[in-house]
Design a protein around this ligand. Structure first.
Ligand code: ATP
Length: 303
């Protein structure tokens, strides 16, 4: 194989319950992830030397590292070390997922790179080993491998699939300026400071709505403990949420650590209407529609 192309879907958190900071510095989480079809693409191509390099498409936003700080490069380095090989690779990333938007853009590029390099280097790494490497790279990376809809516990890295029916139609309100995940958690600690003895938990209501394929019930069960801290740092998010409700969204919350906002629509036609209304209201810099759940990082072409 000379090159492998992998699609890397973004994630949203349908529920995000945050607990106290653990001894290792991470917050304990209980979350329901869903992969949505807003996708970056990562192409891994053979190279003769041992270098691992990354290129970005010309439309890629600023703020994506082009060197070793890029999570995709770290993923390729980690897999190579794990496999005890010395191959290099050229990673070409086509960015679509908003950067610093709380949709795990960096994490999904890392997951896609693990899949791409595993195939390119013909390693056939067992799935459980890939998941363990993913967890080393970041709390969201194992889910980005798995995709679909899944419960995440621990610091978010322990993932198990959740029974869901139906397809959900999402509309995303995108901000030009990202929000630092670290700062949002710091604001959470300042505002909430949860008891270490209380384990974070997601509601049965949300799980029931997913089994019933009921977008109205799901909309009422959406929950994010990071919403209040994200809104404290970015007060205009509250105004945008209120505007989306006026535009007819079934429900809406901040996605992950924000500032992306996610709104649920009843069906595709409703999603398109809602997106048009939000676009016209100019409360967000950009508006995207997507469906979920979709599979995690997977090969879409190779040669
Ligand atoms: P999360 O939802 O996992 O908290 P996010 O979606 O808010 O993450 P990302 O888009 O993943 O944020 O990017 C956060 C930071 O990670 C960026 O500001 C950038 O410096 C760095 N980064 C490293 N690799 C990448 C990548 N491949 N794509 C985007 N950002 C990356």
């Amino acid at each position: 194989m000379q090159s492998v192309l992998v699609s890397a879907p973004a994630k949203v958190n349908l529920a995000l319950a945050v607990g106290a900071v653990r001894a290792d510095g991470f917050h304990s989480l209980s979350t329901v992830y869903q992969a949505v079809d807003v996708c970056d693409e990562v192409r891994a191509s053979r190279t003769h030397g041992p270098e691992i390099t990354v290129t970005l498409d010309s439309a890629a936003p600023t703020g994506v590292p082009r060197g070793r700080d890029n999570l995709a490069v770290r993923a390729a380095e980690l897999l190579r070390r794990h496999a005890r090989i010395s191959e290099g690779v050229v990673l070409a990333i086509r960015k679509v997922i908003p950067v610093g938007g709380g949709m795990a853009g960096g994490s999904t590029d890392a997951a896609a790179t693990l899949v791409a390099c595993d195939a390119l280097w013909e390693l056939r790494t067992p799935r459980n080993e890939l998941l363990a490497l993913a967890a080393e790279l970041g709390s969201d990376v194992p889910f980005c491998l798995l995709g679909g809809t899944a419960l995440g516990t621990g610091r978010g890295e322990l993932v198990s699939p959740v029974l869901t029916r139906g397809t959900y139609h999402w509309v995303f309100g995108i901000s030009d300026e990202g929000l630092s995940t670290r700062k949002v958690y710091a604001e959470f600690d300042r505002l909430v400071d949860p008891e270490p003895s209380v384990a974070p938990a997601v509601s049965d209501r949300l799980m029931g709505a997913l089994v019933a394929a009921d977008p109205v019930r799901l909309a009422h069960a959406l929950h994010n403990d990071l919403q209040a801290p994200a809104m404290a740092l970015r007060p205009e998010l509250g105004r945008s949420l209120a505007m989306a409700a006026e535009c007819g969204a079934l429900g809406g919350i901040v996605s992950g650590s924000g500032p992306t906002l996610m709104f649920l629509a009843a069906d595709r036609a409703h999603a398109l209407d809602l997106a048009a209304a939000l676009d016209a209201s100019r409360v967000c810099e950009d508006v995207l529609t997507a469906i979920g759940p979709v599979p995690g990082a997977r090969i879409i072409a190779h040669d």
